[in-house]
Design a protein around this ligand. Structure first.
Ligand code: AMP
Ligand code: MN
Ligand code: MN
Ligand code: MN
Length: 278
């Protein structure tokens, strides 16, 4: 049996394992094909690829691009990208660029609540200084004992309507899909079940994504309950999209779903890996 896991994170974004340790863990857990998909950054791919020499594991070069679509943050995974592509790298640099100013606003929001030192605290968890994000702030809150776990940090402080949430304009959907396609990759809507979209909006997102040249939908994701696998498999079929599977693994200590732990795609899906030839 071939086990695919086409979505996970390393220390180059908000994962806690360096690429080498991530590859080793994936191989030990029986993953045969792994995509490393750090947020807005491909810096971990070279070390990940070097590490695959020691394991019977195929690495797919990936990325997860932060997008703003009609005011909603949507994540678009690129699979089989060429990290050396100039258009892709320029786009990712521009997308990452806003993170520092955003972090300053998050720091100010924590300070206003009487929580000092969050900037320094979050930076200690951000091995890649260009990729500071909410998860790093969440780890700081856990370390300080302000909250008991990462999930509580989002529920009380960093999630959508919480006091330290800072609205941010990420890349456009059109740009993200075009950067991925320009670099030879295929674009996948990550964890569609996580977005607070009603049925009409979901259908508009899928239509627009497909018309822009998007290829696939993450049908099996750790963010989905099993009943959502069938729902998104049906959407993929209806909209002519391929299907992907990804644990979205971030950390042995924090992730409920480990690498390679998800069930197989529903039988009526066309697997996205049919498009991944390199
Ligand atoms: P950012 O790109 O800085 O907005 O951070 C987004 C990341 O925060 C996601 O990729 C997840 O890793 C994490 N995240 C978002 N919401 C939650 C949540 N409710 N619980 C745990 N992690 C979350
Ligand atoms: Mn993340
Ligand atoms: Mn995501
Ligand atoms: Mn992710």
């Amino acid at each position: 049996m071939i086990t695919f896991d086409l979505h996970c994170h390393s220390t180059y974004s908000d994962g806690t394992l360096p690429p080498e340790a991530l590859i080793a863990r994936a191989a030990q857990r029986g993953v045969s094909v792994l995509a490393l998909t750090d947020h807005d950054d491909t810096g971990g791919l070279a070390a990940a690829r070097a590490a695959t020499r020691r394991f019977p594991l195929r690495l797919i070069d990936g990325v997860e691009i932060s997008v703003t679509w009609r005011g909603h943050t949507i994540h678009i995974v690129g699979l089989g990208i060429d990290p050396g592509n100039a258009a892709l790298q320029a786009g990712l640099a521009a997308t990452r660029g806003g993170r520092l100013a955003r972090a300053e606003k998050i720091i100010a929001a924590f300070a206003a609540l009487g929580i000092a030192g969050s900037g320094e605290g979050a930076r200690q968890f951000a091995a890649n200084p260009h990729m500071i994000g909410r998860t790093h702030f969440a780890r700081f809150l856990v370390k300080q004992g302000v909250v008991k776990d990462i999930s509580s940090a989002f529920k009380r402080f960093l999630g959508g309507s919480q006091p330290c949430f800072v609205a941010h304009d990420w890349a456009s959907l059109a740009d993200a899909v075009s950067w991925i396609n320009a670099s030879g990759g295929v674009a996948v809507i990550a964890h569609p079940g996580r977005y607070p979209l009603d049925t009409a909006q979901m259908r508009e997102l899928l239509t627009e994504f497909r018309d822009l040249g998007g290829a696939a939908l993450e049908v099996v994701s750790s963010s989905h309950k099993p009943h959502q696998y069938a729902r998104f498999a049906a959407y993929a079929r209806e909209f002519g999209l391929m299907a992907s599977i990804g644990s979205d693994f971030h950390s042995p200590a924090e992730s409920f779903h480990d690498l390679g732990s998800l069930p197989a795609l529903p039988a009526d899906c066309r697997p996205v890996w049919e498009l991944l030839t390199n």
